[in-house]
Design a protein around this ligand. Structure first.
Ligand code: CMC
Length: 436
């Protein structure tokens, strides 16, 4: 006689073989609460069970309704809308509204949003003065990070994060001022005068004007370039709990003002494994230099001496949907600027890697940064500026996630556990006795 199949239950039964005790833990949304594991103890006064998860590879840190990703299927959606549709039919400020407010704007809401963002593009003159104080060769990401965090001192009321109107004010300010700060960081390194915002231009056209305007009355960029950059901003606008967003949430969980939290995100984005990857891709392509050097480079990658920058992703193990859209934007931009000679090296690297067992078996595909650097270079921007553009695009996403965090009753100050591996209870010998 076979025993009846027990009715399916949304629980997990764990048997602790140290004690023989069994525990039944609820499963909800394919997760268990880590706090439930803490009930599993070898003895009543012993430490509770915890998980060890460096890099949060399999740990959800929050519930979020901002961005959905299915890495295996290559799906990315902002507030439920597929990235492909947003990139084709929307614009960056509308996407920013969607991310922050959770819904697409009505005509009035859109007009008012664009008006507010445009109105706040200027920064206090003191900001200009302290930006002037940076060394002539300061990295623009360092300047952006410092300037954004300094904004908290210009708007001390931003610390009142419990007030919804105050929160909205800072959100508008940050989205509005980020291109101004980014462009000025660029002009600083060029030794060129800072260009004030031109509020008769759209968001992205105004950014290009602040980057490149010289003595002409008005800088009018080619519409195709404006659109391509707007699409790049859309593609970068959010990516759920990535390293920089996690930094924004972690810093923000202390209830600090949003400028300081976003500065934390900019710091995280600066690193070569995250936003700095497109800069690293360009440097890598330059170092490879010609098609003949590709086989030796690929061998170096397979031997662990090199890393193929712009390939691989923590979440996408099939393809990065943003990379597909960027390839198309590449064509549009090169139509205006002429083809970047490094494109040939990038295409050949991609072709080889997509057929090579090393990359195929590890599910390594081009990510958003593999081609974005080539586009930015076509705009005549130096690699140091690439991550600044990423930061401008990511700002609405960081802010949407921050807003969600500060309104989430389940959130607490971020404070992970550790497994302590160092010595214990040593006797301290004062320096004058140790150094005898
Ligand atoms: N080149 C060569 N080998 C790689 C690469 C790469 N780009 N990426 C991963 N691998 C190998 C890695 O060595 C490991 O091999 P093994 O199993 O033999 O040890 C395996 O693939 C798994 O890699 P991992 O480091 O465990 O994967 P991860 O999820 O921790 O890292 C990543 C993800 C994006 C940091 C990594 O793929 C990487 O360093 N890529 C290059 C940097 C890059 O392009 N970053 C931009 C990411 S997209 C923009 C963004 O969202 O910030």
């Amino acid at each position: 006689m076979t025993s009846p199949v027990p009715a399916a239950k949304d629980t997990l039964t764990i048997r602790d073989n140290r004690t023989g005790r069994e525990y039944e833990i609820p499963i909800s949304e394919d997760t268990i609460k880590a706090a439930d594991l803490a009930k599993i103890k070898p003895s009543d006064d012993g430490p509770g069970l915890a998980t060890y998860d460096p890099g949060f590879v399999n740990t959800a840190s929050c519930k979020s309704a901002v961005t959905f990703i299915d890495g295996d299927k290559g799906i990315l959606e902002y507030r439920g809308y597929p990235i492909e549709q947003l990139a084709e039919k929307s614009n960056f400020l509308e996407v920013a509204y969607l991310l922050i407010h959770g819904e697409l704007p009505s005509k009035d809401q859109y007009d008012s949003w664009v008006h507010q963002i445009t109105y706040h593009t200027f920064v206090h003159e003191n900001v200009k003065e302290f930006m002037h104080g940076f060394r002539y060769d300061a990295h623009p990401m360092g300047m952006l990070m410092a300037s954004v965090s300094a904004l908290s001192t210009f708007y001390p009321e931003s610390g009142n994060i419990a007030d919804p109107d105050n929160r909205q004010m800072q959100i508008v300010r940050m989205i509005a001022k980020m291109p101004t700060l980014g462009a000025w960081a660029f002009r600083h390194a060029q030794g060129k005068p800072y260009v004030y915002p031109d509020n008769d231009l759209g968001y992205t056209a105004n950014f290009l004007s602040m980057l490149f305007k010289m003595s002409e009355k008005r800088f009018e960029a080619d519409e195709r370039l404006v659109r391509a950059l707007d699409v790049l901003f859309i593609l970068h606008a959010d990516h759920e709990q990535n390293c920089s967003t996690n930094a924004v949430r972690s810093v923000g969980s202390s209830q600090v003002d949003p400028y300081s939290a976003i500065a934390g995100g900019i710091a995280a984005l600066y690193g070569p494994l995250h936003g700095g990857a497109n800069e690293a891709v360009l440097r890598m392509l330059r170092r490879i230099g010609s098609l003949d050097n590709i086989p030796a480079f690929i061998e170096g990658v397979k031997n662990g001496k090199e890393r193929l920058m712009g390939f691989g992703h923590r979440v996408y193990k099939n393809y990065d949907p943003r990379a597909k859209i960027i390839k198309k934007a590449c064509d549009d931009v090169f139509e205006v600027t002429g083809v970047n000679p490094l494109l040939k090296i990038a295409q050949e690297l991609e072709k080889i890697a997509l057929e090579d067992e090393y990359f195929v078996s590890r599910k390594l595909y081009p990510n958003v940064d593999f081609y974005s650097g080539l586009i930015y270079e076509a705009f005549q921007l130096p690699p140091e500026m690439f991550t600044v553009l990423f930061a401008i695009g990511r700002t609405p996403g960081w802010l949407a996630q921050w807003l969600e965090l500060v309104q989430d009753k389940e959130q607490k100050i971020a404070r992970p556990k550790q497994i302590y591996t160092g010595p214990r209870t040593l006797d301290f010998i004062p320096a004058d006795q140790r150094w005898k």
